[in-house]
Structure formats: structure tokens, C-alpha cells
Design a protein around this ligand. Structure first.
Ligand code: ZN
Length: 188
């Protein structure tokens, strides 16, 4: 065996070893990459699942809060309705009509334009009972609570429009002194 041949053989073996090392190295590198990819993917899946759970939790919390708010609103509404539905000791209910301008009138010509004490519905006006109203706002026959007293809408008047009620008095002197604003309730 000559010297050249020997060195050629040596080089060939060396190349073989290098090739083997490269091959093994490649395999290991691939395995490592695969592992990394798999790990990354797993990490992403876990993060995604966490975000989903958090979103679901937030949604359920928002739903519960909305439900609680709706219940609170309903309760407040019921309380307001109960407060608005005042009742008299005899069990009749009071429905607020709003604020009215209250004045007085009597059977004199100046107050009643010649109708005297005969009301719009044909009854005789009575002090402490009869009031004149705008019948488009308050129908005749309606019982009203005004300033703590019960009256009946029995009359009308040319100047009695909308939120204005004229209270009947026997004397002009009494009637002329009346002017105030108050909350009026329908009694049913
Ligand atoms: Zn008068």
C-alpha cells in the first residue's frame, strides 16, 4: 500500500465520519425544533384557553350585574308606584294629577256670569264640596283631594282652563281671598 493510497483512505473515512456527524446533528436539530414548535403551540393553546375562560367569566359577570340592575330598577319602579298610589283611611286611592292653581268663586254675577249657584251639571253648588274645573282635564263627578279637603268637580268656568281649579264659596269675600298652588289628587 503506497503512501498516497493510505492518505486517500484516511480522507474517505474522515469524510464518512463528518457526514455521519452532520447527519446525526441534523436529526438532533430537527428533533429540537419539533420539540420547540410543539411546546410553543401548547403554550398558545393554553393562553387561548385562559383568554376564553376570562372572556366567559367577564360575560357572566356582566350578565349578573345587568340582572341585578334590572331587579333594582324594578324595585325602585314598584316603590315609586306604591308611593304614587296613596290611600285614604277608608281605602280609596289617590292618584296625583299634578300642581294646580287654586282660586275661589261665589254665586255673584262677577264670579258666576249669571249662573248663580246652579252648576254646569245642574246641581246646586255647595261650599266645601263644589269646584269648577276644565272638564277636558277633570271629568264632572270626579272626587278630588285639594289641600287636605275632598271636593267634587261639578262646575266649569270661562277662565278655568287646564291646571286651574275654582273652589266654590257662598260669599264673594271668602272666594276673593283664595289663591294658591297645590298638588291635586283624584280620589277613587
Ligand atoms: Zn263672587
Amino acid at each position: 500500500m503506497g503512501r498516497r493510497e493510505h492518505s486517500f483512505l484516511y480522507i474517505r473515512e474522515l469524510l464518512l465520519v463528518i457526514a455521519l456527524m452532520l447527519f446525526l446533528g441534523g436529526c438532533m436539530s430537527f428533533t429540537a425544533s419539533a420539540g420547540t414548535i410543539k411546546g410553543t403551540k401548547a403554550l398558545f393553546i393554553t393562553a387561548g384557553a385562559d383568554a376564553e375562560a376570562e372572556a366567559k367569566e367577564a360575560e357572566e359577570k356582566a350578565k349578573a350585574e345587568a340582572l341585578a340592575k334590572a331587579e333594582a330598577d324594578k324595585k325602585a319602579q314598584e316603590e315609586a308606584a306604591a308611593a304614587a298610589r296613596l290611600t285614604l283611611p277608608d281605602g280609596r286611592t289617590l292618584t296625583p294629577l299634578g300642581s294646580f292653581r287654586i282660586t275661589g268663586y261665589c254665586p255673584c254675577y262677577q264670579c258666576s256670569e249669571g249662573h248663580g249657584s246652579v252648576t254646569a251639571i245642574g246641581t246646586r253648588a255647595r261650599s266645601g264640596r263644589t269646584v269648577a274645573v276644565d272638564p277636558r282635564v277633570i271629568p264632572y263627578g270626579t272626587h278630588l283631594l285639594i289641600n287636605g279637603h275632598e271636593y267634587v268637580a261639578e262646575d266649569c268656568g270661562g277662565a278655568v282652563k287646564r291646571n286651574h281649579i275654582d273652589v266654590y264659596f257662598d260669599s264673594h269675600r271668602e272666594a276673593a281671598n283664595i289663591l294658591y298652588y297645590t298638588e291635586v289628587y283624584i280620589i277613587r
